[in-house]
Design a protein around this ligand. Structure first.
Ligand code: ADP
Length: 628
């Protein structure tokens, strides 16, 4: 019999398991039970359509056998089993689930954190045993085969005797050492505690022969061993249990193990719904986005069960995109077990469940916002962008649903604010909701246009995420108050008299302003005097709905180069600033310097707005010329 080599990645994993210093070696049992349970599910599925399986639903069972003398622990199932080829490929190669990302060889032994992060599968058995044997007979095949390995050196596969379909995994448990106690894995109390801890909700019975001491009848003080067959797990999935019987750490452990997170969820939603749609849902809002959350690779969805049997791992139709961060499971009585993916999409029952789930998530977020503000803000820092995107997406179809869940930073105490809070504390004289866009709060604060708003005591929203302004544009207004970008051309807080005076000034300087516009040669659509600036001489504003920020965002999208958008810009000059007198004098007497001043003022406006210079070299030459 030839010894086969493990595929190289499997060998590395095997090495890691054998040399593991991981403290939670006990998880090997969970892994083996979970494999056995999957195998039972597979055969159970088959039995629904294939009478030749010949096993009644209740007879699918996982069995654990301990033998202290032989130092063996067996996990036995009557599931689908494996053929010779399957033993070879499934156990000789690790399933490339994408979870593993091997570093180079010399890191392998220390780098055992991965064990805590992901389901490590079958190989974890080598953390506690010197030798692992898998005897299996696949459903539909005549012969049985034995896979055997003592570790990283390789494995053998040979025919063996096995009457029934299913799999027996036998671990030869290691001898205890000074540092490590392996004997505990041969102890019935310890094993049954481990089953309850990690595998309680497995829906098939996990049975074990259990020995207890009972008083011998009629003989006082004498005890005898009584062996009984015990089912160690409650078989009730956590989501089907009564809420009052579940501790917060039960939820947290379940979440972390099932959804591969290290951090407890920020919110657990456990709900049972009856009526039009009957289902239980156990939903989790993570504290932080998974590393791939904002990439194309991320797949949203909830695990979908039908009466406790998993029918789909990531059912996308159960979650709207704006709640795609939610993890969890839905278990329904109403769905058929062998429903196909295509049919599911059109399933009215599923749609009903999705609607209910969405409502529930929303109301839970509203509750959090109301009574756990700090938690909500933490949540919003992690996933707020997704909600804002939801308000904008689908032409604003969901904006009313989401508008009260949005938070923005504002000039009021430098805190997060809701639109409701903003409008409720608006002074009577204020007619609109003001915002400004920029990379950071600090950069926005230096925009000269923000001065008037702040000097009037109005609150300013700081829009620092790319999606922010798009979301507000889609909302259009909140409680009848329009959103106004203080960098828009038509933003003006002046009185009617002030506006009239300004029109007159513009009219009087018509020729000069037209000359400036000509000098700037298409860079701006207009040059105007303004009353909106306090101390600063100039600013850039935009007209026609596309702001400088939107220009930046839209043009940064893939494929935008061909159809670049341009904001229509206006150079506004502070009518009260001494520079206007200077300009007038130059216009009348020194056209050459007037041209240079015009270009410089435009450059200045570009710099302050965050747009940046069109031509830095030209600007630098210009400054030097004037300095000399
Ligand atoms: P995973 O379970 O994550 O796929 P494992 O290393 O635990 O990875 O198992 C590898 C594969 O071996 C499984 O996907 C399954 O196909 C097969 N397998 C393991 N244990 C059993 C079993 N008891 N019965 C049938 N197949 C099994």
């Amino acid at each position: 019999m030839r010894t086969k080599q493990f595929k190289s990645e499997s060998k590395k994993l095997m090495d890691m398991m054998i040399n593991s210093i991981y403290t939670h070696k006990e998880i090997f049992l969970r892994e083996l039970i979970s494999n056995a349970s999957d195998a039972l599910d597979k055969l159970y599925f088959k039995s629904l359509t294939d009478n030749s399986v010949g096993i009644a639903a209740d007879d699918f069972v996982i069995r654990i056998e301990l033998d202290k003398d032989a130092r063996t622990l067996k996990v036995i199932d009557n599931g689908c089993g494996m053929t010779e080829e399957e033993l070879d490929t499934n156990l000789g190669t690790i399933a490339k689930s994408g979870s593993f990302n091997f570093k180079n060889d010399n890191e392998k032994v220390e780098d055992v954190d991965i064990i805590g992060q992901f389901g490590v599968g079958f190989y974890s058995a080598f953390m506690v045993s010197d030798e692992v044997t898998v005897e299996s007979k696949a459903f539909g095949s005549d012969g049985a085969f034995r896979w055997k390995s003592k570790g990283a050196d390789g494995y053998t596969v040979e025919p063996c005797e096995k009457a029934d379909v299913g799999t027996v995994v036998t671990l030869k448990i290691r001898e205890s050492t000074e540092d490590e106690n392996y004997d505990e894995f041969l102890d019935q109390y310890r094993i049954s505690a481990l089953v309850r801890k990690y595998s309680d909700y497995i829906r098939h019975p996990i049975k074990m022969k259990y020995t207890t001491k009972k008083p011998v009848e009629g003989k006082e003080g004498e005890y005898e061993d009584v062996v009984e067959d015990r089912t160690l797990n409650s078989m009730v999935p956590i989501w089907k249990k009564d809420k009052k019987d579940i501790k917060p750490e039960d939820y947290n452990n379940f979440y972390k193990e099932k959804f591969f997170d290290f951090t407890d969820p920020i919110k657990v939603i456990h709900t049972k719904t009856e009526g039009q749609a009957t289902f239980s849902a156990l939903l989790f809002i993570p504290e932080k986005p998974p590393f791939d959350y904002y990439t194309k690779e991320f797949e949203k969805g909830l695990q979908l069960y039908s009466r406790g049997v998993l029918i789909m791992d990531k059912c996308a139709d159960l979650l709207p995109d704006y709640f795609s961060f939610v993890k969890g499971i839905v278990d329904s009585e109403d769905l058929s077990l062998n429903i196909s993916r295509e049919m599911l999409q059109h399933d009215a029952q599923l749609k009903l469940i999705a609607k209910t789930v969405e409502k529930r998530i929303k109301s839970e977020l509203e509750k959090m916002l109301k009574s756990e503000r700090e938690t909500y803000e933490k949540f919003f820092s992690a996933f707020g962008v997704q909600l804002k995107f939801g308000a904008y997406d689908a032409y604003g179809a969901n904006k009313d649903n989401l508008k009260d869940l949005l938070l923005f930073t504002s000039s009021h105490e430098n805190k997060y604010v809701t639109l409701k809070e903003y409008t409720e504390r608006m002074p009577e004289s204020q007619t609109a909701i003001y915002y400004a866009c920029g990379e950071t709060r600090e950069k926005i604060d230096v925009l000269p246009q923000t001065d008037t708003v702040k000097s009037k005591g109005y609150e300013l929203l700081y829009l620092t995420d790319n999606v922010d302004e798009f979301a507000l544009k889609m909302l259009g207004e909140y409680e009848g108050k329009k959103f106004v970008n203080v960098c828009d051309n038509d933003f003006d807080l002046g009185t009617d008299d002030e506006k009239k005076e300004l029109t007159e000034k513009n009219e009087a300087a018509k020729d000069m302003l037209a000359e400036m516009k000509k000098t700037l040669d298409g860079k701006v659509n207009d040059v105007r005097f303004t009353g909106k600036l306090q101390n600063h001489p100039v600013c850039l504003t935009s007209e026609g709905g596309i702001s400088l920020e939107m220009e930046k965002v839209l043009n940064s999208m893939p494929g935008a180069k061909e159809n670049a958008v341009k904001a229509t810009l206006v150079l506004e000059i502070n009518a009260e600033h001494p520079i206007t007198e200077k300009l007038k004098t130059l216009f009348d007497n020194d056209k050459d310097t007037f041209t240079k001043y015009t270009k410089l003022l435009y450059d200045e406006a570009c710099l302050i707005s965050g747009k940046g210079l069109d031509n830095a070299l030209e600007h630098s030459n210009l400054v030097c010329e004037l300095m000399m």
